[in-house]
Design a protein around this ligand. Structure first.
Ligand SMILES: [Zn+2]
Length: 115
């Protein structure tokens, strides 16, 4: 089974995972069977759904019209749809995980910060 198929199957059950190097303690995205740093075999680990928005842009591609952002989650960068009110450096979380055309479809929401 391809790595991406395993990740997609898991995402369909609302479980967001990617490959992880247990020697370097880093998530690896896009997934890879071997660590990019130490070349050891990777395993799977859950992605922390809490992150920070790095960039935001508007897409007018026919199937993807809307605001999209790049977020940093546990050191990896993922793309997801965002509400226009979310700004770079805002704390975000992955509020929805779904699969569309065999691809990950993520939605980011602003985190509520507790004082
Ligand atoms: Zn490693």
């Amino acid at each position: 089974m391809k790595l991406m198929d395993i990740i997609i199957n898991s995402a369909e059950k609302d479980n967001l995972i990617t490959t992880y190097c247990f020697s370097c303690n880093i998530h690896i995205w896009p997934p890879n069977r071997y660590c990019n740093s130490c070349f050891k075999k990777t395993g799977f680990r859950k992605i922390d759904r809490k992150g920070v928005l790095l960039e935001k842009s508007f897409s007018n591609l026919p199937d993807l019209i809307g605001h999209y952002g790049v977020g940093d989650f546990s050191g990896i960068r993922l793309i997801g749809s965002v509400d226009p009110s979310i700004l770079p450096n805002d704390r975000i979380r992955i509020s929805q995980v779904s699969v569309k055309d065999n691809k990950l479809n993520l939605e980011f929401s602003k985190s509520k910060i507790k004082n």
